[in-house]
Design a binder for this molecule. Structure first.
Ligand code: ATP
Length: 237
């Protein structure tokens, strides 16, 4: 569904992402795991066209590399950004409406109903100002707003950042629900434990390069990954 070939991102002299290739199959959850500054956000921004990148990005067989961000969204890519970035003064409904691509009132109404079914808390809060909600609720809103464009591939950038363990679990469950609905998901996380639990496959990113990839459970059992990202000391030799 999504394929990156040799993607590179630089900010002036700083190379943030080097020769990155990855793919996400239809209905698959793929985790991009790495420390702060490893290049996860830059990769997601490159996929959406928010930063300049070289290399190729294909969505469902279509090369979207040369397209501006709004056309990539129309083609089926959506991003829930790191830090949520909901519009605090606007209501939950208005935030959701801004996520739509085809703004016919019938289609928007149907999508709103669908989001309120997936996220019952948003139904309760639909007229409330987004900025008055808790961090977890704002995160759910940011994900629902991304879903309003009916993406083929949903990208989640650090959806658990700064949230309580109970909410982290809820976000993990939500990823499972969205997967069951057939969505392909690329999940960028510093919380490797959560990401590797919910993903089918994972890529480990270090200073802009993929250093490991494979089935999540195999990556999770890797001693170097356990020591670097999961807080376990390596077994003495
Ligand atoms: P985080 O979780 O903190 O966002 P990350 O893995 O997503 O980390 P990036 O945000 O992609 O990493 O950053 C990768 C590298 O690019 C870092 O060295 C960062 O300092 C640098 N970088 C990111 N954005 C910019 C920018 N706008 N200008 C210059 N350097 C940047």
């Amino acid at each position: 569904m999504l394929r990156l070939d040799g993607v590179e991102v630089s900010y002036g002299a700083v190379r943030a992402v080097s020769d990155l290739s990855l793919d996400v199959a239809p209905g698959e959850v793929v985790a991009l795991v790495g420390a702060n500054g490893a290049g996860k956000s830059s990769t997601l921004k490159a996929i959406l066209g928010l930063v300049k990148a070289s290399g190729h990005i294909r969505l469902d067989g279509e090369d979207v590399s040369g397209k501006p961000a709004h056309l990539r969204v129309a083609a089926g890519l959506a991003l829930s950004p790191e830090g949520r970035h909901v519009f605090p003064q606007m209501s939950v409904r208005e935030n959701l409406e801004l996520g739509t691509v085809k703004r016919t009132s019938g289609a928007t109404k149907e999508l709103l109903e669908e989001m309120m079914t997936i996220f019952p808390r948003l139904r309760e809060r639909i007229r409330q100002r987004a900025g008055s909600m808790s961090g977890g609720e704002q995160q759910m809103l940011a994900i629902a707003r991304a879903l309003m464009s009916r993406p083929k591939v949903l990208m989640l950038d650090e959806p658990t950042l700064g949230l309580a363990p109970l909410i982290v679990d809820q976000i993990g469950d939500l990823v499972g629900v969205l997967k069951k609905r057939g969505l392909s998901i690329l999940l960028s996380e510093q919380n490797a434990e959560m990401a590797l639990d919910v993903a089918d496959r994972a890529y480990v990113l270090e200073t802009g390069r993929i250093v490991k990839s494979g089935e999540s459970q195999i990556i999770k059992a890797d001693p170097a990954v356990r020591s670097a990202y999961l807080g376990f000391a390596e077994e003495p030799a």
